[in-house]
Design a protein around this ligand. Sequence first.
Ligand code: GLV
Ligand code: GLV
Length: 327
Amino acid sequence: NKPYIYVTRKLPESVISRLNNFAEVGMWNREETPVPRNILLNEAKKADALLTMLSEKVDTELFEVSTNLKVVANLAVGFDNIDVEEATKRKIVVCNTPDVLTDTTADLAFSLLLMTGRRLVEAVDVVRNGEWKSWSPYFLAGSDIHHKTLGIVGMGSIGEAVAKRALGFDMQVLYHNRNRKPETETKLGVEYASFNKLIEQSDYVLVLTPLTKETKGMFTKDVFKKMKKSAFFINVARGPIAVESDLIWALKEGEIAGAGLDVFDQEPISQDHPLLQLDNVVALPHIGSASVETRTAMMKLCCDNILAVLNNEKPKTPVNKDLFQKI
Ligand code: GLV
Ligand code: GLV
């Protein structure tokens, strides 16, 4: 009896075909629309493995019906869409896709910082809309990047990769993290700062923490008020780490100079979203790891992880590592 793997989005045959040798594979047949909840629950009933996107909620309700489930491989480094504690209780392995997306996500984070500071989206729009009338001294004048202070909140491998890019621009880099990282400080020349110091001194505050109970709502009115009025808030992690209404308030009141956002409370956002009414907001549609090379590598890693678990081997990148220490 072959195991059953359900893939919650249409992924290329060329990547997925490896799974066919080993298992029966079911797949949601749309690339751009998430699988409806009822179909997901129905598939989960018979699945030994799920390959999920961050648009799927993998929670107790799902675990209750999926009595054969052994592994959930999420096509993302973040896994706030999965109740990992509940999965661990049930000895279900949860895997994510770290490392393979580090540099790609750092590229995007730094691009967004450049776009926001130098007002590149406004500038492109001006040219496209025929509004470029002349050269003038302060026309679309933005803020410098070089020699400014970047504050990285959440110093994992993506944070380190962004720091390297920032140092190439002669930025000063502060970081805040649950654990201080002396080796990173020595290796890169970045400086640890308390959250308050980082917020107060940075010209660019970049959020890279995972979304957890501790980081949810970390950026409030109070925090935005403490930031420099000339500072920019850049979020490529998860929307709910900032209180979105407080961010909108800070942008409208001029408490901060602008925001570059790849993530939002509720995704996707629509055209009439309040953030899109502001010129000093650069909004991207959650594309941090979106290069063809990296997305393909992430899919392969998900397949590796699933095949490992179904073969009773340790997967490459489990989230609930505790499960393996006991085996
Ligand atoms: C994307 O947001 C990811 O977590 O990989
Ligand atoms: C800008 O193009 C300049 O020449 O200053």
